[in-house]
Unconditional design. Sequence first.
Length: 285
Amino acid sequence: MAVRVRDVIEAMEAAYPPELAESWDAVGLVCGDPDAAVQRVLFCVDPVEATVDEAVDFGAQVVIAHHPLLLRGVHGVPADDPKGRVVHRLVRSGIALYCAHTNADSAIVGVSDALAEAIGVEVTRTLVPHAEGAGTGLGRIGELPEAEPFADFVRRVAEGLPTTAWGVRGAGDPDRPIRTVAVCGGAGDSFLDAATAAGVDAYVTADLRHHPAGEHTARADVPGAQVPALVDVAHWASEWPWCQQAADIVAAALPDTVEVLVSTRRTDPWTVHVGAAPDPGRALA
């Protein structure tokens, strides 16, 4: 029997149940015929024109994206609007779009598990579980095989994730030993307190803002405080490892007549980075 779009959806929702999505989120089938036949599926972080181009080139009938295309309410999808162009291109090309966002973040094996694996951290528990002892929830906590200096750990993160103009930034003592690590794929500065309460040595996430990060690191000056060092990565890079995880899940659930492809298009919005690491001992003129 031919594989249908609904079979791909069934495989995704078995791994990433929609009921795990946050109440404000928009997950599920955005466009496409559930009964359409499927031979190829593309997995990406962002459903944008670049990844739709890649899907067309691949001959995909389904795009699985992490980020929602239509998160906020819309009253139309005209073709002269960026999101509307994506919808029109998908429909004209006979490609369905399915989005798994915060449900993929909170699943028992989800986005943060993929991030942890990419940087060599073995997951032991959930950072912000849905209930005490639950495997579902946001972020993960784990351990490195052995402790290493923070500067080496930051390099480990950079080497484990795709390169971006944003790069990888660290806030902490370069010589501090790092063994226990919290991670959260995507924007995670709302979990700084949770990472601190967990007593980990370092916290890896994306989109760390100046004031929350500065207030967090200032706590390290308090005698006896155990404040994790921070590693800030590009949002897209932190979630890209999930694409392979999802592709593997779908490939295992469907017949081998279905091909899967993980997008290699860097859809991180930042394209230029200028500057070098500052000299901490040099004051501004």
